[in-house]
Design a protein around this ligand. Structure first.
Ligand SMILES: O=C(O)c1ccc[n+]([C@@H]2O[C@H](COP(=O)([O-])O)[C@@H](O)[C@H]2O)c1
Ligand SMILES: Cc1cc2nc[nH]c2cc1C
Length: 334
């Protein structure tokens, strides 16, 4: 297949499949007949109905989840925006490959297949305070790496990331898309001190100040990163395959935000797995109009919070699809 261009991706974002309305209506009706007081499974009920719509089945299941991790390096680290050195990105990729990271354990607990895609780690993006992080071709190639990484056999997708410096990129994307001040969007990431936080705000201000008027994929090229573009490509591919998606933390949600800014329906197949401890993640979820499933104070990234939530989504599907109805069980009151 020839390489896809940024305009190909613009067209793919503009023209999206919807959920299966008949499967959702069937699931809604089934939910009303299950042996429980109405609404007593709380948010699990909505999770099951959402899953039914995207899996196109009145009885959805989570049997083949995928955790897809993308790694990229960032030129903006030259501005002193991370508590860790850039080499950690490639070192953590090796750790993922050897099974030693937190996400390996969480993916295993969730019974998920895990894929790791390292994106030109020896060629960081340009420092976005001085010029665009990526060219149009580089952005398209990273989107395509994400598009290609999705297993068409997956029934639930978790896109995750690793990239020293990427909370600064994510903050810049959010500031460019939603406005406010740079301070509204920067946080401590891997643990920067107050001076580091001030350097992040300054980098975000300069990067976004440089952008002028851009469409969302132009913002992604200007201040994003390869792993962020790849997560956007993976979320988009999942949509075209009607695979439901669990969104992880601040950086994963910045990738999702690019899609939603381009098409307000683009995240209908996505649920927020958790709200991370990164200061602006809650604000970003509000902008995305997503209510997180979990709030456990995680701020690790690498898909960890969303991998953890796979078992909640699976549990919601098992209750919905495995429970008896009042009529089947001979329970009074249905
Ligand atoms: O997912 C989150 O909300 C999150 C919050 C803080 C840090 N991270 C992870 O930490 C790295 C980015 O932090 P930093 O300080 O280098 O920008 C990157 O590898 C992310 O996976 C992730
Ligand atoms: C050690 C380490 C592991 C990570 N995993 C995701 N981001 C990370 C950042 C660091 C620094």
């Amino acid at each position: 297949m020839p390489a896809m261009t940024l305009d190909d991706f613009r067209a793919l974002i503009a023209d999206l499949p919807s959920a299966d309305g008949a499967a959702m209506a069937g699931a809604l009706s089934r939910n009303g007949q299950l042996t429980k007081p109405p609404g007593s499974l709380g948010r699990l009920e909505g999770v099951a109905i959402w899953l039914a719509g995207w899996q196109g089945s009145e009885k959805p299941r989570v049997l083949a989840p995928q955790v897809a991790i993308f790694a990229g390096n960032h030129g903006v680290v030259a501005q002193g925006v991370s508590a860790f050195p850039a080499e950690v990105t490639v070192q953590m990729v090796a750790n993922f490959q050897h099974g030693g990271a937190a996400v390996n354990q969480l993916a295993r607990v969730a019974g998920a297949a895990m894929t790791v895609t390292a994106l030109e780690l020896d060629r960081p993006t340009a420092d976005f305070t001085a010029g665009d992080a990526m060219t149009a071709d580089e952005t398209a190639a990273a989107l395509q790496a994400g598009w290609d990484a999705v297993l068409d056999s997956a029934d639930l997708l978790v896109p995750g990331e690793m990239g020293i410096g990427n909370t600064t990129s994510a903050a810049a994307i959010a500031h460019a898309l939603y406005g406010g001040t740079p301070e509204d969007w920067v946080g401590r990431g891997t643990g920067v001190d107050d001076q580091g936080l001030a350097r992040k705000a300054s980098a975000v201000a300069r990067g976004v100040g440089r952008l002028g008027t851009r469409d969302p994929l132009g913002v992604l090229a200007g201040v994003g990163g390869r792993e962020i573009a790849a997560m956007a490509g993976a979320i988009l591919r999942a949509r075209h395959l009607r695979i439901p998606v669990l969104l992880d933390g601040f950086i994963a949600c910045s990738a999702a935000a690019v899609l939603q800014a381009a098409n307000p329906q683009a995240l209908d197949h996505c649920m927020a797995a958790h709200v991370s401890a990164e200061a602006a993640h809650g604000r970003l979820l509000t902008a995305l109009r997503k209510e997180p499933l979990l709030n456990l104070g995680l701020r690790l990234g690498e898909g960890s919070g969303a991998a953890l939530a796979i078992n909640i989504v699976r549990a919601a599907a098992e209750c919905h699809s495995g429970m008896a109805t009042f009529a089947e069980a001979g329970v009074a009151g249905g």
